[in-house]
Ligand binder design. Structure first.
Ligand code: ASP
Length: 315
């Protein structure tokens, strides 16, 4: 009996240690490779906010750089980065997401882990405080990828997504008609272990028809990540990004045609240009090269690597 109890104790302790090791291995990179973080804050159409946005981006990049330097995983840094942008009330995502034509906010977001190509997304949600965190919960805690609308929202809350009342969202009850895309946020990262991750979060077009979903929560359109290839996040005319599967097509150029990230991003923008669509793309490849490209209107954006201090740009 004693033998059995001791054996159980040893097995139990070993299992606990193995579990702790697995958890820490999944949370931290012990390799000491270079890392990259790139983010965007959508098209530059509300110029009054520009200086505040740039200042915030610098702080957020600084925070992300510290996290990556400490060995945090790309997926965690992407989520933390986008959360801060959602909370800032300076972008069309999270707290200050644009209202739809019905005067209420509906948020869309997605996140993808390049290590496993696990992905999670939410769309048309009204009372979720951090859409990117809800997308992460769908990825981590459910067998699904995309949850939508009221029923999807109830499910996401059941997974642990934090709710926020209507009054939390600064644009509820304020319809701002914007014909062009504005202020969507996104981030891509490569961590010290070479893992890639991407995420995108938005309120979609201002005054959109209730129920309309853009590209941001569509894996392969508004976000994509695959280790050894690239991580991409986009902003712009969502319908075009969905039709041209922009993020997946860009990654496919890197993967199959062996084009550089920059060439691939250029090709993706040419496709958008030909159809008259507006857009911007950020990306990082398997060696940490970054790209930030857009057509027409400026794109608020910034990046940092192990060797490069944060830089934020608007035009
Ligand atoms: N792509 C987003 C959408 O169509 C909008 C944006 O990026 O500003 O919902």
């Amino acid at each position: 009996v004693i033998f059995h109890e001791e054996l159980f104790a040893v097995v139990f302790a070993s299992l606990a240690i193995i579990q702790m090791m697995t958890v820490s291995a999944s949370e931290h990179c012990t390799a000491h490779e270079n890392f990259s973080l790139v983010l965007h804050g959508g098209s530059l159409t509300v110029v009054e906010n520009k200086d505040k946005q740039i200042a915030l981006i610098m702080r957020v990049l600084d925070d992300g750089r510290r996290r990556l330097r400490d060995g945090q995983r790309a997926i965690d840094v992407v989520e933390a980065t986008i959360r801060q942008l959602e909370d800032s009330a300076l972008f069309n995502a999270g707290r200050s997401a644009d209202a739809n034509a019905g005067g209420f906010v509906e948020t869309d977001a997605s996140i993808m882990d390049g290590r496993t190509r696990a992905a999670g997304a939410i769309a048309s949600m009204r009372n979720i405080r951090n859409p990117i965190a809800a997308a992460r919960l769908v990825m981590d805690k459910s067998p699904h990828v995309l949850m939508v609308g009221d029923r999807g929202e109830a499910y996401a809350k059941g997974l642990g997504a934090e709710a926020a009342p209507d009054s939390y969202f600064t644009n509820n009850g304020r319809i701002l008609k914007s014909k062009s895309p504005t202020g969507t946020v996104g981030a891509v990262a490569m961590d010290r272990c070479g893992n890639l991750a991407s995420g995108t979060s938005t309120g979609g077009f201002g005054a959109k028809i209730p129920g309309r979903v853009g590209d941001s929560p569509i894996i392969g359109a508004g976000a994509y990540a695959e280790n050894g290839v690239a991580a991409i996040s986009s902003t712009g005319h969502g319908e075009s990004f969905i039709r041209f599967t922009v993020a997946a097509d860009l990654a496919a150029r890197v993967k199959y045609l062996k084009q550089s990230l920059d060439q691939s991003a250029q090709a993706a923008l040419e496709v958008l240009d030909e159809s008259g669509a507006e857009g911007g793309i950020i990306g990082v490849d398997a060696t940490g090269n970054v790209v930030m490209r857009f057509n027409r209107a400026g794109m608020i954006r910034g990046h940092t690597t192990e060797n490069k201090a944060p830089i934020a740009l608007a035009y």
